[in-house]
Design a protein around this ligand. Structure first.
Ligand SMILES: [Zn+2]
Length: 203
């Protein structure tokens, strides 16, 4: 299967509106956000993976977690994150469905302590995309298609100058999206020019 770039003009439903919401996304609002600093350029995309419970898909627990309504009785791991308040702008399910929790114009809480090319606190200037998955499992073709469509549209709407993995901006602390995220495939599908090639930390 050839990885042909998707065209932004073919994907109007993926273009965020003026408030930063993407029409193609199922909207699941999270309270875990706040305002970006005044005048901050919105110019980096951060790719993550997540699964809840770890390694399980399609449970609905990611949405519950980002909405602070996780049922901690469902799994022992949930006790360890019951006080955690996080979010991402987007989630892409295993089926390729796009879910949006926070408007792009707002600051979602996805990156934590992080640095991109010398700039600290990546949440200030980045859009976070969670891809439902785990470090030890391949992602699905539908997820690459949706991720590429979304990033293509985000580039049309905002001055995106880089795409990075969470592990690139928080090395030693984070491992996602992990070794199974096929960066060359994603780059080809999203038609990313060399200047936007995923940020790879030296060494
Ligand atoms: Zn992450």
């Amino acid at each position: 299967m050839a990885d042909v770039p998707v065209a932004a003009s073919l994907l109007p439903d993926f273009l965020p509106d003026a408030a930063g919401w993407v029409p193609a996304a199922r909207r699941v609002p999270s309270p875990n956000f706040d305002a970006r600093p005044d005048g901050m350029p919105l110019d980096v995309v951060v790719i993550h993976n997540i699964s809840l419970p770890p390694g399980q898909f399609g449970t609905g627990d990611i949405e519950a977690f980002f909405q602070n309504r996780l049922d901690v009785s469902r799994h022992p791991f949930f006790e360890t994150i019951r006080e955690v308040r996080v979010s991402a702008h987007f989630l892409i399910t295993r089926e390729g469905e796009l879910v949006q929790f926070v408007a792009c114009t707002q600051r979602a809480w996805h990156a934590g302590q992080s640095e991109y090319c010398g700039r600290q606190r990546c949440n200030d200037f980045s859009i976070g995309i969670e891809i439902e998955g785990a470090d030890d499992q391949p992602f699905t073709p539908a997820q690459y298609t949706t991720a590429a469509a979304l990033v293509t549209a985000l580039r049309a709407a905002y001055p995106i100058q880089g795409v990075a993995g969470h592990s690139d901006i928080a090395p030693g602390r984070k491992t996602d999206p992990g070794p199974h995220f096929d960066w060359p495939r994603f780059v080809a599908l999203a038609g990313l020019p060399a200047g936007l090639l995923p940020y790879r930390r030296e060494g």
